[in-house]
Design a protein around this ligand. Structure first.
Ligand code: 0L1
Ligand code: MG
Length: 261
């Protein structure tokens, strides 16, 4: 793919994110032939632009990790993107709805590795043996595309809708928990809006990190020790509104919450 086009498409999604405005998906008419490989080139350019602006990568995130979402998008692979430092929201803090376009939230299980994992061939067992901590999180997704309407390449070029991350402060060792049967409830203003379990993420959140390591190996990269990894949504995403109090409660893994103003 031509470098000028890569930069043009990265500018397209990046400017929408900066200006907090919706755009029409790239594949509608701007570049209908965008492939998954091309889309990761656009994402890489977007990531470099953010790094040049002084932003820092906090950790990777996995998306489209549930069977339901994969079927809906007619794909067999999940996708990855990056959480940056300006997206992190402290647990219990307040976010401003005006900082987003049309934000949604999803509860996730986070993993921190004690050693790097390099694919190909990484298994869930390798991930569990390399895991230092498991923690609860809420991801705020905010597709820059109108009505969250996109194809898989579009959403990859939009850094997989990454917009915010609230990392919970409960840290557990992986051997203390069975990550696939951890239950979660997502409540807004005290009312349960969605519920799920760890198995919603590719059968087990460790599978998600294994897939990430194996996908990154295709470009000679690895999953790094110490970075918080968002493994994928445990429930369908729920829309946010001004005045909301959002709370995700996990079996054996504590609670994460924040306010919306
Ligand atoms: O983190 C996610 O699973 C979101 C990936 C992108 C799909 C979406 O924006 O709904
Ligand atoms: Mg997510």
């Amino acid at each position: 793919m031509d470098k000028n086009l890569i930069v043009e498409l990265a500018n397209y999604t990046h400017n929408a994110e900066r200006e907090k405005r919706e755009i029409i998906k790239i594949t509608h008419e701007l570049y209908p032939d965008l492939s998954i490989e091309d889309a990761y080139l656009v994402q890489e350019e977007l990531v470099s632009q953010k790094l040049e602006e002084g932003k820092k990568i906090v950790g990777p995130k996995m998306g489209i990790t549930s069977e339901a979402k994969m079927k809906q998008m007619n794909v067999t692979d999940p996708i990855y993107g990056y959480v940056f430092d300006d997206m992190v929201v402290d647990e219990g803090e307040t976010v401003l709805i005006d900082d987003y376009i049309h934000p949604k939230v999803e509860p996730e299980i986070g993993i921190i590795l004690k050693r790097d994992l390099e694919g190909p061939g990484v298994t869930a067992l390798d991930v569990l043996r390399a895991t230092e901590y498991v923690f609860p999180a809420i991801e705020i997704i905010d597709s820059r595309y109108e009505n969250f309407n996109f194809t898989l390449p579009d959403v990859i070029a939009d850094n997989t809708s990454a917009a915010g991350a609230v990392f919970g402060t409960t840290l557990r060792r992986p051997e203390e928990l069975e990550l696939d049967v951890i239950g979660v409830t997502l409540s807004v203003n005290g009312e349960i809006k969605a519920l799920g379990a760890g198995a919603a993420v590719l059968g087990h959140p460790a599978n998600s990190v294994a897939r990430l390591a194996n996908m990154l190996s295709k470009k000679g990269e690895k999953v790094k020790a110490g970075e918080p990894i968002l493994t994928g949504g445990l429930t369908a995403a729920v829309e946010l509104s001004r005045g909301d109090y959002v709370s995700a409660k996990y079996g054996g893994l504590g609670e994460v919450s924040f306010f919306v103003k």
